[in-house]
Design a protein around this ligand. Structure first.
Ligand SMILES: Cc1cc2nc3c(=O)[nH]c(=O)nc-3n(C[C@H](O)[C@H](O)[C@H](O)COP(=O)(O)O)c2cc1C
Length: 158
């Protein structure tokens, strides 16, 4: 089964998590950054998607990808992970991003999130400070969630 892990990132944390997940899977996955490549989705049998929540939405690349391809890949979508700071809202975000079209058996998780102040513009830093009180680079990415997510995929595909 040819599997693609497609991700999109603005500040780098989703890419980091995508690589960790791929390293924990018992199958080979092709990791693709949607900002770098146009992919031919017809060549894959299964998809894992990863994206950050940004202003209650996601990156332009992932939005475009979902708009163009979600209907085609729905039956092949085995897992989705989000990076987000407000982990209490992740399921609301997920439903919104996928327009309530996620298959019931799709494995999904929120890995937490991080603020990478080195990669933000001043305006973004100010918004984050005002909204969250966070003033410097801070990570609350959950290794437990990453492990559980990879284990679930391994069990499903194993
Ligand atoms: C400008 C900005 C807006 C964000 N908006 C949200 C949000 O609406 N909800 C949330 O839970 N997290 C939000 N976050 C937190 C991101 O989801 C988190 O920083 C994530 O790790 C970013 O992923 P990336 O490094 O792959 O781009 C926001 C972060 C930034 C910098």
């Amino acid at each position: 089964m040819k599997t693609a892990l497609l991700f999109s990132t603005k500040y780098g944390s989703t890419e980091k998590v995508a690589k960790q997940i791929a390293g924990k899977l018992n199958i080979n996955v092709e990791i693709v950054n949607l900002a770098d490549q146009n992919i031919d989705i017809k060549q894959y049998d299964a998809f894992i998607l990863g994206m950050p929540v940004l202003a209650e939405n996601t990156t332009i690349h992932m939005r475009r990808f979902l708009k163009q391809n979600l209907d085609f890949i729905t039956d092949k979508l085995i897992a989705v992970f989000l990076l987000c700071w407000n982990s209490q809202k992740w399921e609301v975000y997920l439903e919104k991003l996928f327009n309530n079209k996620l298959p019931k058996d799709c494995i999904s998780a929120c890995m937490g999130g991080e603020f990478n102040f080195d990669k933000m513009h001043d305006i973004e830093k100010n918004i984050i400070r005002d909204m969250t009180g966070v003033e410097k680079t801070t990570s609350k990415i959950s290794q437990t969630q990453i492990d559980e997510f990879a284990n679930k995929i391994n069990r499903r595909l194993g």
